[in-house]
Design a protein around this ligand. Structure first.
Ligand code: B3K
Ligand code: ZN
Length: 905
């Protein structure tokens, strides 16, 4: 097998169709934790589309104990076993039945890939290549089969037995055992297989889908969590309704199940009819989950449900096409969340709610994906090669992939996008296809040639668009001259593949009174609207507007119409004006961010040189106006008043200096706190949400703004008033949003010079006692401590090392590892990048420890130092040492790929 040799590079260009196809599979499991027996009976035939005639059948298999193989019922001799699978010779000419028996050990499986045990229950995770850890198979997404699954297990220990599709039989067996039989009528690739067995309970609902068929919906959890399932169920029902309405897509199975598991490598998994979820994205009640948790649950439930069509009914031909399902499904979940937050309201309120969601998504993209694109793991949305596919479930494939899908909608409108989707399903339902197939469907449905658009799939790096504007007052003409390219960081990517992109570049022009001007492009008969999407297709291109009666201010890339960096020299005055007036809410927020970023970067430069810091009063005044502007929603004001993150700012510097960025950001936060103190206090009071907790966007927005005000107030030189407010809020809170925000404010106040850390420590102790039995809340407790500001007398690395010894810490549980280790290494840059290198030494120890247990989780952590070359020489040297240490010790393909790329770059 070409794709299982250690460290072999797999290339997109090398794709060949499988030599054999598997039409159906019957799986039988005798579930025993340390020794599960699997019988796998497959109906195979040669693939008519295969190139050449294969004489041997090569099945993938990993960490399996082979027992026997039979062809058409007869024991088969010509079987070679290797650590990567089975090679079977002497294959019959026509169709045949291959029956294999093997054994696996779920109890010892700490990788959480394949079949494993968590809290005494059995779960599976097969994407991308976990099925081969369960049985021998053609474990690749272009081999699609129908599955019948029989599960047998001890009835007392495993009363619930679930798999994909419909339950077709169940009953008791001798010796206290029982069985269940499941059949999935839809063909699927092996990565969508799932089983669950154990002591679980569920809530259920019966609904009628669009065409009137009855559907059974279930959410399965451990018994103590049953009271935390309602929000997930509501989200599932909303997802089903939304996909019917927006895309005409109906639930195709009679039964749809969600199961929560506390040991899980990522967020959730879209197995056909049996979605398996990290508890973090299912369980919520007001006491344990924050507003963010509630909205994440809605988004992830939606995302996995939407995969039923975009991913499952139409799947990927090979893993290079991953964004075909992931980019598209992220786009769908973003649209779903936007529609849900806009609710039934129309007009400005709905536009504001949608913009809030858009801003949140773009923040993530710019903070994480742009950074990825500037480092050694940069890759196109459709990667060209990989060593370990699990390393390519990235921000680029998911988030940039979603932006690429969004651009089709921006170009063709919602209706044109829907036509493209309809054609896509008409052509490809039941098949494993490519990103090109998707693009062609969109092009054909809209009678457009989208050949140039392919470059969005093949070019790595973040494009830059630099803009020049000129106004001819005599002729009343206004010209925008656009130039596209890549910054130095991505120059290599551009040179190898080349060619300008088709960039939908949305613009508006704003007059002196703050109102949008009507837009008429040269050559047009009359003005048309106040926002236009320019199709920018050449390296340099100009667009001229005519009848422009005054020199306007351009509003560029409205609603972030393409995943690019816009370079335009606005003055601070102009940014303040846009922040106050732009009719495009996204760009209003963007103007504030530009203003803050510019100021913060200037402060960081001064801090690096040890100079004294000062802030332009104009900037403070611009923020004050936002705080006062009650025509803006609280959610929008919160986003506009939140400063760009330290990691984003460090990324913007020529040489990243986390200490300087931290000093700058702390300085500006404290100035905003003191200069606007009375306004923050008033805002705090005005945005309380008394009464019963409701996880709706309106209330969540108020809580968010109120808690931001509290965070600013906690940074005053004298934070006593804030401490009082925070303590009162902590004690009175009827929800986790307010309680955890209060705790975090107490921690922030304790970082003030001369403050008494005792108050925060007492609250931390109380929080632990209250929620000792709520794993997801204890994760928050660890994370809050790992991300705290700290100070000279409160070194966070020391606190983190102590917490590693806490009885509740367990490195084998990915949520817990993330809550402490990842929170510190990625969520606390100032402390992590301590000049003494203590953060890096800790990072190296943890990557090495995780590598031996769970390579997927280890590889994520390993990515924490990939941008090492961008840092100051002192830090760079220490980071290099830590990377080299890891490279010399780790064994997994996952971590090796990450650190070797980082060191080679
Ligand atoms: N498709 C899964 C991710 C699988 C990750 C494998 N390492 C969840 C999702 O994107 O919906
Ligand atoms: Zn997905």
């Amino acid at each position: 097998m070409s794709n299982t040799t250690a460290a072999a590079v797999i290339r997109r260009q090398d794709y060949t169709p499988p030599a054999f196809l598997i039409d159906s599979v019957a799986l039988e499991f005798d579930l025993v934790p340390a020794r599960t027996v699997v019988k796998n009976t497959m109906k195979l035939r040669r693939n008519p589309d295969a190139q050449g005639d294969a004489s041997r059948l090569e099945l993938m298999g990993e960490q399996l104990e082979f027992v026997s193989a039979k062809i058409d019922g007869v024991a088969h001799e010509d079987v070679r076993i290797s650590e990567n699978g089975l090679s079977i010779g002497n294959i019959p000419a026509g169709d045949f039945e291959l029956s294999i028996e093997n054994i696996c050990n779920p109890a010892e499986n700490t990788t959480l890939s394949g079949l494993y045990v968590s809290s005494g229950n059995f779960f599976t995770q097969c994407e991308a290549e976990g099925f081969r850890r369960i049985t021998y198979f053609l474990d690749r997404p272009d081999v699609m089969s129908t599955y019948t699954v029989t599960l047998r297990a001890d009835k007392a220990a495993y009363p619930v037995l679930l798999s994909n599709g419909n339950l077709i039989g169940e009953g008791d067996l001798p010796d206290g055992r029982h069985f269940a039989q499941w059949e999935d009528p839809f063909k699927k690739p092996s990565y969508l297989f799932a089983l669950v067995a154990g002591k679980l309970v569920c809530i259920e609902e019966r609904i009628r889908s669009g065409s009137g068929k009855e559907k059974l919906l279930q959410v399965w959890v451990e018994p103590q969590d049953l009271d935390k399932t309602h929000h997930a169920m509501d989200s599932l029902i909303n997802s089903i309704r939304w996909d019917e309405k927006r895309f005409g897509l109906e639930l195709d199975l009679d039964r749809f199940m969600i199961v929560a598991v506390s040991d899980f490598n990522m967020g959730a998994m879209e197995n056909k009819g049996l979605n398996i979820f990290n508890t973090k994205y299912v369980l919520a009640n007001p006491e344990t989950a924050t507003d963010t948790d509630f909205s994440n649950i809605e988004a992830v439930v939606g995302h996995e449900y939407f995969h039923n069509w975009t991913g499952n009914r139409v799947t990927c031909r090979d893993w290079f096409q991953l964004s075909l399902k992931e980019g598209l499904t992220v786009f769908r979940d973003q649209e779903f969340s936007a529609d849900m937050s806009a609710g039934d309201v129309d007009g400005a309120a709905s536009a504001a709610a949608r913009a809030t969601k858009r801003i949140e998504d773009v923040r993530v993209l710019r903070q994480m994906q742009f950074a990825e694109d500037a480092g050694p793991m940069a890759h196109p949305v459709r990667p060209e090669s990989y060593v370990e596919i699990n390393n390519f479930y990235t921000m680029t494939v998911y988030e940039k992939g979603s932006e690429v899908v969004r651009m089709y909608q921006t170009l063709f409108g919602r209706d044109g996008f829907r036509r493209g989707m309809d054609l896509y399903f008409q052509r490809f339902d039941g098949q494993a296809v490519t990103c090109d197939d998707f693009r062609h469907a969109l092009a054909d449905a809209n009678q457009r040639d989208l050949a140039q658009f392919e470059r969005w799939y093949s070019q790595a790096g973040t494009p830059r668009v630099s803009v020049r504007a000129s106004y001819d007052a005599a002729k009343k003409r206004y010209t925008l001259s656009l130039a596209q390219g890549y910054g130095e960081a991505s120059e290599a990517a551009r040179d190898t593949q080349g060619g300008p992109l088709l960039i939908p570049f949305s613009v508006g022009l704003i007059g002196k009174n703050g109102a949008d001007l009507p837009l008429r492009l040269e050559g047009e008969q009359e003005p048309n609207g106040t926002t236009r999407v320019l199709e920018f297709t050449e390296r340099d291109q100009s667009f001229t507007f005519v009848d422009v009666n005054e020199a306007p201010l351009p509003s560029l890339l409205r609603n972030f119409s393409a995943p690019v960096i816009v370079e335009y020299d606005y003055t601070n005055d102009e940014l303040a004006f846009l922040l106050a007036h732009d009719s495009d809410p996204f760009n209003r927020w963007e103007a504030g961010q530009r203003l803050a970023t510019r100021e913060l970067l200037a402060l960081a430069e001064r801090a690096a040189k040890g100079e004294t810091l000062a802030i332009d009063d104009q900037v403070i005044a611009a923020f004050a106006r936002v705080l006062d502007d009650t025509t803006l929603t609280p959610a929008f004001r919160e986003l506009a008043l939140m400063l760009p993150s330290e990691s984003y700012l460090a990324e913007q510097m020529a040489v990243s200096d986390p200490a300087a960025v931290h000093a700058a950001r702390v300085f500006m936060s404290r100035r905003l706190a003191s200069q606007l103190r009375d306004k923050w206090l008033a805002t705090y009071e005005a945005n309380r949400t008394p009464g019963e907790y409701r996880p709706v966007s309106e209330d969540a927005g108020k809580r968010g703004l109120k808690n931001l005000a509290l965070a600013y107030l906690s940074q005053l030189d004298d934070p006593r008033e804030a401490v009082k407010l925070a303590q009162a809020q902590y004690d009175a809170a009827n929800n986790m949003t307010d309680r955890s925000a209060a705790l975090s404010a107490l921690l922030l106040a304790s970082a003030t010079k001369g403050a008494d850390a005792g108050v925060a420590d007492a609250a931390l102790a109380d929080f632990y006692r209250r929620f000792e039995n709520e794993a997801l809340v204890i994760d928050k407790w660890f994370a809050l401590q790992a991300t705290q500001r700290g100070g000279p007398d409160r070194k966070v690395i020391e606190i983190v090392r102590k917490l590693m010894q806490h009885q509740a810490f367990n490195i084998r549980n990915p949520n817990r590892a993330r809550s402490l280790i990842f929170s510190f290494c990625s969520g606390n840059p100032a402390q992590f990048h301590a000049a003494d290198g203590s953060g890096y030494a800790f990072w190296a120890e943890q990557v090495i420890a995780l590598d031996a247990l769970n390579p997927q989780v280890a590889a994520r952590l390993a990515r924490g130092l990939e941008l090492w070359r961008r840092f100051t020489p002192q830090l760079r040297e220490k980071m290099h040492a830590a990377l080299s240490e890891v490279a010399s010790k780790v064994k997994s393909r996952d971590v090796r790929e990450v650190v070797e790329k980082a060191l080679a770059a």
